[in-house]
Design a binder for this molecule. Sequence first.
Ligand code: TIU
Length: 225
Amino acid sequence: MSEIVVKKSEPHSIQFEFEKSALLIIDMQNDFLLPGGFGERLGNSLANIQSCIEPIQAILQSYRRLNGMVIHTKEGHSPDLSDCNQSKLERSRLQGAEIGSEGPLGRLLIAGEYGNEIIDKLKPIESEWVIQKPGKGAFYNTNLKETLRDNNITHLIVTGVTTHVCVHSTVREANDRGFNCLIITDGTAAFDLQDHHSALHMITQQGGIFGWTTSAKQLIQAMPS
Ligand code: TIU
C-alpha cells in the first residue's frame, strides 16, 4: 500500500492509501467545454471553464502511470429521453437549451452524440470506467456506489465541471454514502469564477463540512514517484 499525505490541503492535511482512492473526472464532455454545446446554450461564457483541463491531464497521467482507478462521468440521456425526468426537461426548455434538441454538436445532452463525448485531451482508455449519468450527482441512477465499493475505494479525488453544480452534487452524495472527497481547486471549473470559489469555500468551511481541497500540483507532489 502507498500512503499519500497531502500536507498543503484545506482545511487541514489529508492522508489516504493510493490503492483505495479513485480519480473521479466529472462531465468533461464537449457539451460543457466547447462552443455550441449545452453549457454555452445555457447562456454561459466559456472563458473560465477550460482552465481545469491541464491540471486534470496532469493528475490523470499520474493515475495512469500508477495504475490507479479512474472514473469518467458524462451527463446525458438516452435518445428517447426515457431517463430524463419531466422537470429537468421542462426547465431546460425554459433555460433555452432544451435537452434533446439539435445543436452544432448534435442533440443536446444525448448519449452517442458528439456533444456527449469526453473531450479529446482526456479521452478515456480501455481500462478506465465511463459512467453515463442522468442527474447532476453521479450517484443518482448509476452504479457508481457499487463500483467504488467493489474496488474497496474510500477516497475520491474529485475533478471536472462545473464546481458548483455536478461536482458539488456528487460530493454531497458521496459524503452521505461514506466516501471521503478531496476536491482539486484548479482541476475543477465553473463558468463563473465567483461560483467556482464559493463552491470550493463551501467544501472546506466549518472545518471541512464536505471534505478537503488542494491543487493538482500539491496532490501530484504527494504521489509515489
Ligand atoms: N449548468 C451547469 O453549470 N452544469 C450542468 O448543467 N452540469 C454539470 O455541472 N455537469
